[in-house]
Write a protein that binds this ligand. Structure first.
Ligand SMILES: [Zn+2]
Length: 588
């Protein structure tokens, strides 16, 4: 794939103000030289998310997310680098040349796929409205969909033909290879070229978070099978990273402070038509960690709306633990028997639908009621087995404690025994989205803090960097990302790169190397909160020396012990002299 020239990237970054970019997404307030707010990438109530206008970077003390403006947009909007850069370029008024590629597809693959998907969606939508789409219109009308709704969601019709879409797209200049890559066509096993994947179906374009079409779902209009076919995964479509309707729902989700999760396309579309807009669908798959993280950026509360037949399934509730793990408050609502959101809102209207949502119970209560109803109160073991994994995922200790207490009360058992059982439940790390650093183990962590702080001081000031360099002989820093980064920092200063440029340069260089990026960002954060930098530097250098000395002492003492065991008098004397010498240094 072609790369965007460095000078263009620099131009975009030069003309972009990170404070302006981030304040479009996060509520940040001026605090000294920086801006502060609550981190959009992890759950917090006290702000630890800092934006530095001087360095044009952001960082979070809580989860150590950090980077420049492009990095922020990539992470927040779930975009690839070129896409994020283009978005900023547009705002900054910088023209980014179209990427040229050697893959024969003439440009960035993602861009091509978005383009051909958009073209296909328009084609299907137009056909639905044309004389060829009479049956499709009948079908949609029978389901209660208005023309306006069909336009909003770009509902389409794929004709009963093996090649009409392929031919249409080819006349618009798209190669068979691009069509196939987009999943719009399927290669024929009889060697007769590719044929259209969707035939004689109602077409639901699937939008990503930002409203670009990434895939399609096709539904039959009668009872034939398969009822639905969907696009395969492509470079722009990953099922686990898309929530149907999110592009239409995000504003309303933010405004209402709540996301409603349903199952099907039609549930989203029809509730939207009736004015309930904070609604998304998982499209039949279990909720993934990525989807939970996406929702979490808009709201902290999710209401799961089940059809009546799913509502009795504890298995379908288990998937909701993932939302809890992301720190969301989860509530569960169930529709009356035989109804789904689409049918219910059509029959009863918006108010009745909204009152179902308002009556949603907390996941904890819902699950407990369900289990007691099913198993009976006497099956304490069965109930506890289902409840404890959910409780164990609650991050907030107070809430967790409260749940344990309630559970104990309802079941008539001792809270202490539940607590003991809870201790045995292993957290399921496979749920986690990564990014967690290891547990801070006292000494090691504080020792590294000193190194990190020195790195931060070196990063922010060239003069300090050269003093640190002078006073830390090889071996002063422990092996690892911090050492790697500080050596690179010395190197860059040596080449005349300035303190203002270095952080951004490093973040670019390290790309997806989270450990080194993390070191840069955390180090900057440390340096900024560290008070008087010169005093901090003295302390840290001193600390580093002391650490090295203690380490040397430890190893000498160990050797002394061995020499004693083997009665090696000469070596013992020699070691004692060394040890004493170090002790004397220590006093002065
Ligand atoms: Zn954070």
């Amino acid at each position: 794939m072609g790369r965007i020239p460095q000078e263009i990237i620099d131009q975009v970054l030069d003309r972009t103000d990170i404070v302006e970019v981030i304040s479009g997404y996060v509520n940040i307030k001026k605090a000294g030289r920086n801006f502060k707010g609550c981190c959009p990438f992890h759950d917090e109530k006290t702000p630890s998310f800092v934006v530095s206008p001087d360095k044009q970077i952001y960082h979070c003390f809580g989860c150590s997310a950090g980077g420049n403006a492009v990095g922020f947009v990539m992470r927040y909007e779930n975009m690839e680098f070129p896409e994020a850069l283009r978005m900023l370029a547009e705002k900054a008024g910088v023209e980014v040349p179209e990427q040229r590629a050697d893959d024969g597809m003439g440009g960035s693959i993602s861009a091509k796929l978005y383009e051909v998907n958009g073209l296909a969606a328009e084609y299907y939508h137009k056909l639905m409205k044309s004389r060829h789409g009479a049956a499709a219109r009948e079908y949609l009308k029978a389901r209660g969909m208005t023309g306006g709704t069909a336009d909003t969601f770009m509902i389409g019709y794929s004709p009963d033909s093996w090649e009409s879409l392929r031919k249409y797209c080819e006349t618009k200049g798209f190669s068979p290879a691009v069509l196939r890559k987009a999943g719009l066509t399927v290669p024929s096993d009889k060697g007769r070229g590719d044929y259209d994947r969707f035939r004689k179906r109602i077409i639901f374009p699937i939008f990503n978070e930002r409203g670009k079409i990434v895939a399609f779902g096709g539904r039959v209009m009668d009872d034939s099978l398969p009822k639905y076919i969907n696009s395969p995964e492509t470079p722009v479509y990953n099922k686990s990273g898309v929530l149907y309707g999110l592009n239409f729902a995000r504003k309303s989700m933010r405004d209402k402070g709540c996301a409603v999760i349903v199952e099907g396309y039609m549930d989203v579309i029809m509730t939207h038509q009736y004015g309930v807009k904070n609604i998304v669908a998982t499209s039949g798959t279990a909720l993934t960690s990525r989807q939970a993280a996406m929702l979490k950026r808009y709201t902290k509360t999710a209401v799961m709306l089940f059809d009546s037949d799913q509502a009795g399934e504890t298995a379908s509730l288990r998937g909701l633990d993932i939302l809890i793990e992301h720190g969301m408050e989860v509530r569960v609502a169930a529709l009356p028997s035989g109804e789904d959101p689409d049918s219910y809102i059509k029959k009863k209207g918006r108010e009745a639908f909204e009152s179902v949502l308002e009556q949603a119970k907390g996941l904890f209560e819902y699950k407990l009621d369900l289990l007691i109803g099913r198993l009976g109160k006497r099956d304490v073991g069965g109930i506890v087995d289902e409840m404890l994994p959910t409780i164990s995922k609650v991050g907030n200790a107070v809430v967790q404690s409260d749940y344990l207490k309630k559970l104990a009360e309802r079941l008539g058992v001792h809270e202490a025994s539940l607590r003991y059982e809870l201790g045995k439940v292993k957290p399921d790390y496979s749920y986690r989205s990564g990014n967690e650093s290891g547990p801070p183990s006292g000494k090691r962590a504080s020792y590294k803090t000193g190194e990190l702080h020195l790195l931060g001081l070196a990063l922010t000031d060239g003069k300090r960097a050269s003093r640190i360099r002078e006073e830390t002989p090889p071996g002063s820093f422990s092996e690892g990302p911090v050492k790697d980064v500080i050596l690179r920092v010395f190197d860059l200063y040596g080449k005349g790169v300035t303190a203002r440029e270095i952080p951004g340069r490093l973040l670019d260089e390290y790309g997806s190397d989270e450990q080194r990026r993390g070191a840069v960002v955390q180090a900057l954060a440390r340096a900024e909160i560290g008070g008087d930098p010169d005093k901090a530097m003295d302390d840290c250098l001193c600390y580093l020396k002391k650490e090295r000395r203690d380490e040397k002492l430890r190893s000498l003492t160990l050797r002394l012990k061995k020499a004693q065991e083997s009665n090696n008098g000469d070596e013992m004397r020699e070691l004692l002299v060394k040890i004493n010498k170090i002790h004397k240094e220590k006093v002065t």
